[in-house]
Write a protein that binds this ligand. Sequence first.
Ligand code: FES
Length: 155
Amino acid sequence: MLRSISEVRHTSLATRRCCPVKSRAALHEAVFVKHDTNPSKFFDVTLLTPREERSIRVASDQHIWDAAFEQGVELPALCHQGWCLTCAGRIEGQGEVDQADSLAFFPQDREAGFGLLCTGRPCSDLTIRTHQAVEMRKHRLKDGLPSPYSQGLKP
Ligand code: FES
């Protein structure tokens, strides 16, 4: 069964990281066949952007940025790998985001309420304030953590 772009990208990245594909048939299997027999859960995610408040539905195995894009909400992004902080958001209130797909995400980021939407998957209903790249970069600088594209910023 053909899957969504985000699922293919996620599977493709997971395949590259964890299990080298040995043949063309194995690659097709890894990318196009859904191995997980558990149906996805869906969560309601409210996005507080500078222009509007939008509610979207996001599957538990979907990146929040991809779901927003598919539902007509354009959010900032650059690397799409959970590294550059361009897509940063901040969780308001309760809620959890799985950042296992991010290249660099630290416990201090989670404690401060930040999330990287390009590689974050919802674990619950969420309210997220978007466009938080500058704030997250300042937070990283303050904690002495990697902060790409933060030249000129002060913590
Ligand atoms: S776009 Fe680079 S961390 Fe999300």
